[in-house]
Ligand binder design. Sequence first.
Ligand code: SAM
Length: 278
Amino acid sequence: MQKEKGEGDYLNMQKNQYEAPVPPEAVVGNYAWHEEYPYETFLLFKNGDVRKPIFDTFNDKVALDFACGSGRMVKRMRRLFKKVDGCDISSRLLREAERYCKPHSGGGIDSDFYLTNGNDLGAVPQNFYDFIYCTISMQHIASHAIREKILSSMFAALKVGGKITLQMAYNPRAPFAYELPDIVHVGNMLEIRVFTRVQGADYLSDDFNAPATNGAYDVLIAKKDLTNVKADLSKKFSNVALWFSNISNYLNDLNGQVHQQYWATDWIYLHGEKSSSF
Ligand SMILES: C[S@@+](CC[C@H](N)C(=O)[O-])C[C@H]1O[C@@H](n2cnc3c(N)ncnc32)[C@H](O)[C@@H]1O
């Protein structure tokens, strides 16, 4: 019988996978699609609505990219912010981020990068950041307990008045996601569509036995989880809000790149503000 694994085993598995010499573009996967998708719009504007920026100004703010990988979004967000730092579980990807993000083009301050243990933000400064964001990474952490620790570390690293927006993956009917071609008609009154189950973690579970990470075993946020997602954020953050971006809107029209065969229907954005130090 397989031994039940713990948090340490899971984080070792993650670290080993992300330290492996795979090209950074392959770690991101669908790289061109992610480069075309307007993450800035959804990280920085409530509901992706340009009338609702989360800050009045961005270029006087310091941001942290959680799980920055090879620095793809650090470079993009540096065009808008005064400074953007990054942290990640992989020393190999952080070296890549330093290479990719230096020298700084277009003025501004060079980024600092921090190695993490997988359940924290490493040695980032505390009470320091105006904004912490995350793209295509929290969804790869198949443990609620680990994500809770990361949320607490984010809270500690933010200034009072600081904000987070974290992108994760959503399918209202998760873990049933892949639509089979069969549609069953019962007379002319009922149409039954058939979906199969996806391998992955429920929002509240700690799947420390997961054999792999980075899309091979993601956390699946479903409609039934939204109350828990909000409750978790509300433990520390105020003005909590969730918003969605239907990724099928971007399937075919971004340079012909197709983001398909993926269980999520939407990116969900988790937002909150640090209104006091407690
Ligand atoms: C698909 S890549 C995305 C990188 C980057 N955020 C982007 O959008 O291009 C996933 C990243 O998450 C990092 N990661 C995964 N689990 C992590 C954890 N528990 N703590 C910190 N970083 C983690 C990986 O090392 C990797 O760089």
